[in-house]
Design a binder for this molecule. Sequence first.
Ligand code: AP5
Ligand code: MG
Length: 203
Amino acid sequence: MKLIILGPPGSGKGTISEKVAREYGLLHISPGELFREEVKKNTPLGREIKQYIEQGRLLPDEFTVQVVKLEVHGKKKYILDGFPRSVAQAKAIEELKVGKVIFLEVSLAEVLKRFAGRRACPEGHTYHLQFSLPHHKGKCDIDGLPLGRRKDDQPRVIKERFKVYQKISLPVVRFYQRKKLLKKVNASGTPEEVYERVRRTLR
Ligand code: AP5
Ligand code: MG
């Protein structure tokens, strides 16, 4: 099973991908997470990536495609979270022959509420102060690491990420619609409700 999950910033791509990956035994590949890991290491590359992320800009297509191709090399079971995000990226991975593309549809107002309460551990496992609490306050259920806010969750950066999404990433949705691979999922409601809708599209 090879899947793609798309949607605006904060639509729940990471939250849903974690659940899908666990239930269906898929590798969860999120370039956003991979990039944040490199930033944490504070390498010269990480410092360059940091500038893009903190300004809400996309990293160059060629670089992102190479990163993803290395990750998926030789693998047959994965979910790509937040990739491809430009038509150029989508065209560059046509050879992977992805089976389904899940598109999380949610309003801007709802997404903004989600950002305000998002917390994540350094490994990228995601929680929400209101909708998805960890078992122990401030600690990740999976690895016990402390939870914090993402650097790009400030209003100014969120606004830029939305602009980029509308201009560069929405055409990717239409690209897969034309290829009849797109499965639109109503992504409002609780994470459990959204996940149930996603499961139905995977049957
Ligand atoms: P990335 O990390 O992919 O960020 P994003 O697309 O902006 O999306 P988010 O991760 O912020 O949100 P999400 O949809 O995963 O939602 P989540 O599950 O966390 O990318 C970051 C940056 O990396 C980009 O800006 C770019 O610079 C770079 N990058 C990444 N991919 C790239 C690419 N392909 N090309 C070039 N550059 C790239 O949920 C949000 C919150 O809501 C959480 O707190 C969660 O607990 C909560 N929540 C989730 N679902 C629900 C629900 N149903 N009800 C209530 N709360 C919910
Ligand atoms: Mg995410």
